[in-house]
Design a protein around this ligand. Sequence first.
Ligand code: PMP
Length: 436
Amino acid sequence: VAAESSLKTDESARIMKEAQDLMPGGVNSPVRAFKSVGGGPVVFDRVKGSKAYDVDGNEYIDYIGSWGPAIVGAANEEVNEALVKQIEKGTSFGAPCELENQLAQDVIDAVPSLEMVRFVNSGTEACLSVIRVMRAFTGRQKFIKFSGCYHGHADMYLVQAGSGVLTLGLPDSPGVPKETTAPTLVAKYNDLDSVKAIFEANKDEIAGVILEPVVGNSGFIPPTMEFLQGLRDLCTAEGALLCFDEVMTGFRISYAGAQGHFGIKPDMSTFGKVIGGGLPVGAYGGRRDIMEMVAPAGPVYQAGTLSGNPLAMTAGLKTLEILRRPGSYEYLDKITSRLAAGMVDAAKDAGHDAVGGSISAMYGMYFTKDPVHNFEQASQSDMKKFAPFHRGMLESGIYLAPSGYEAGFTGLAHTEEDIDKTIEAARKVLSTIPPN
Ligand code: PMP
């Protein structure tokens, strides 16, 4: 039942109507269209700190933060100031610049498993590049991913992927050749036996395992320690490489990523979002002997016109500098755990089954009774409740990801007052949704 809108959305509706004719579905990335929650998206005019402002003048507390990059707050003044200075010197060189060394050094210093990195322009690009290198290094074709994990939209990953692929109910995408996904083997998250079985059935054929070390693309799913340690040991024993896709978790779960939080050392990692501070950036990196296979040091080809551009490097450098300040992650952990607990309590008090949690600046909640350890359990969540919850929150000035299969993000600009208002709104909205 679609709630009647109390939001003023005339301008958003006008712009989205126009957009329908110009871009597929009116958007440049599918989840933005609000398809799974209905009601139509609001069109942003500007963002600042923890807030977003739409074209009809509505203000929202924003828990998407551009899907992760805005961890130091949107349109952060220090980041902006650095960007304005850099613009004067040029936005893209297509030639080496020292800022690349500086960001590479910062990322390598932060994440113990990294010995070398290569910057690209998106998380998708990082993930498609890293698998090429892993295949080249091992001389093996097959790799293992997990159902509900999203690694960007490169062909070989569009098998039981999370994020918009889940939301739209596309089990797979037309246009992806079967030959391309045949070597993509899918295991169950937090289920080491499912991984062992694939290794046994494909002896000496598996290049590696790639995973979201904390899942954010089928809702928020933390790994068990045994699972991560088991994957590390299994990969080592089988001569396969372990890759953590830290596009979402990097510099968010901790300054050293999820791998720092859990103390597991993958061979390779991918990054994006936060390291670009709101500009398009991705990165992949890891062991030196593996990274030295990348051109022009080695034979594995990978390139990019805008890769390592000084503008993106500047935004990343300033963002990491702010994150390094004492207390950043303690603060993120404090407000986010309060938010997650507050939402779950609000849901339970209104008679709903709910589970949820957070690690550092990433959180989630499902409308289900039992703990969620994998995508299969996440899909037991009552998504019928999510749509009215989402719309009700939007109308209360809270901007949540428009899908029950996405994690939520906080940042340093979120205040205790923002969290209070959000929990209060959740209490109100959840009490209007029939329990079962
Ligand atoms: N990997 C993960 C874990 C992601 O969450 C995402 C994007 N949400 C990607 C890869 C792809 O990144 P991008 O959208 O920058 O291509």
